[in-house]
Design a protein. Sequence first.
Length: 317
Amino acid sequence: MSTQAYDIVKLARSNKRPTGLDYIQNLCGDFLELHGDRCYADDAAIVGGVGHFRGIPVTFVAIEKGHSAKERMSRFFGAPHPEGYRKALRLMRQAEKFHRPVLCFVDTSGAYCGIGAEERGQGQAIAENLMGMMSLNTPVITLLIGEGGSGGALALSVADRVWMLENAVYSVISPEGCASILWKDAGKADEAAQRLRLTTRDALELGIIEKIIPERDLGQPAFYGLLADRLEKELHVQVGGAEAEAAILGALTTPGTRRPLAILDLGAGSTDASIINAQGQIVATHLAGAGDMVTMIVASGLDLQDRYLAEDIKKYP
């Protein structure tokens, strides 16, 4: 049986691959790291923070393995503890509050296996991330950049878009673990890898991911440039105010309407804004789940202290 799948596993595990922090540092020039889960501690295996990506305020979350032996030990070889997952969810909810999109970079063989991690609720932390990401009202893009192992990877992969690098893998278990369970022989990892269907082609065919990112010039400026172009295009599709843009183009058909012009649509579920300048260039934005903004405007305008009353007025004016 072909060992092609297992060869890809080896490539995904290579310590020559860029890590999560490499991606953040090459895509964002002003990254500010934020620490801690506000419950127990900070987890060095997950890096998170805020910064600008091509002018867009973004929250970054990445599983970090490190490069040198010392770095890898300090990062727990990219195996997050429960406090790491709680930190990630805290930052994603913060992103939702301030209407920032989220970019996640995943590279892990799985969540940390240790007594302390289990005592602090490893399974619950992962489950809470899955549930929390399902209901986030802000765009989330997850990029699998190496290993995507089990629930440890899934906990950051419940996203609007899930992409994989060409030689990344995504699986419920490692080939060695699978072979040990099925055949009591870890030496059959190559056969297990083939049967697990863990490659990017398999994931795309099964509908698990939306896009495969070629690895040409991996780690070089040209690679990061092309990746940034793809991410920027996707974020503009998700964040761009298509409704407001259509409205502004429609408004220009009204006799007497001239540029520059701005359209603001304060909806019950979202807010859209679009501006066209004198040269005809349009900038638009869409804030998903921005109904709270309308509620605050109602409360402020009517000098209400009762948020629920303001919500009712918004719904039933």
